[in-house]
Design a binder for this molecule. Structure first.
Ligand code: 5GP
Ligand code: MG
Length: 180
């Protein structure tokens, strides 16, 4: 059963705020590399980058850690990343940061490839998950698995325009809405 958590318009407002902060932070940058973690971040990234007003080069890196709602071993496919970022800044776009393992592993790979700085933009971060982001949209309560707006459950629900929780009551989800 799916229950609503963050609506399309609430998400759009947060994505706009993140884009405006980035536009201020990188207003003098000549080029910034943007890395999108696939698959879950595709929709967030598409909405975010269309609002950026500084020059970017985009890259995509596959990262998988879940089967269904169960965590499995983290696998990262970074073959599409360039061997060097040429001492330019890198923004890493992630759908949800939980333990931070995924962005931690990617951070290391990026640092080894000569990035001048690394910033993480996560649409969601999990409360008490331990992972950190420089820009984030919402804090998801510890026990909730979320889908929609790019996030999946075994490949399903990525196409949803809003974010929903799997298998929780609406009242729990209602509380979560105040947690951003
Ligand atoms: P971390 O490596 O930070 O522990 O976990 C982050 C990754 O796990 C995310 O990139 C995402 O792919 C997956 N993940 C964590 N929580 C959820 C969730 O609630 N829903 C979905 N669909 N994926 C999640
Ligand atoms: Mg992910």
């Amino acid at each position: 059963m799916l229950s609503p958590l963050y609506s399309e318009s609430v998400i759009a407002d947060r994505v706009r705020e993140i884009a405006e902060r980035m536009n201020a932070d990188f207003k003098n940058a000549d080029i910034v590399h943007v890395i999108v973690t696939l698959n879950g971040s595709f929709m967030f990234a598409a909405d975010l980058v269309r609002q950026l007003r500084f020059p970017i080069v985009m890259h995509f890196a596959g990262a998988t850690s879940y089967t269904g709602v169960e965590r499995k071993q983290l696998r990262i496919n970074a073959e599409a990343l360039p061997p060097s970022f040429g001492n330019k800044p890198v923004i890493l776009i992630e759908d949800i940061v939980d333990t931070g393992n995924t962005i931690g592993a990617l951070r290391q790979m990026i640092a080894e490839r000569f990035a001048s700085e690394i910033k993480v933009a996560a649409l969601l971060r999990r409360q008490s998950g331990g992972g950190k982001a420089d820009y984030y949209g919402f804090t998801v309560p510890a026990g909730l698995f979320v889908v929609g707006y790019g996030l999946d459950l075994d490949g399903r629900y990525r196409e949803l325009r809003d974010i929903k929780t799997v298998g929780v009551t609406t009242s729990t989800a209602g509380d979560a809405r105040n947690l951003c």
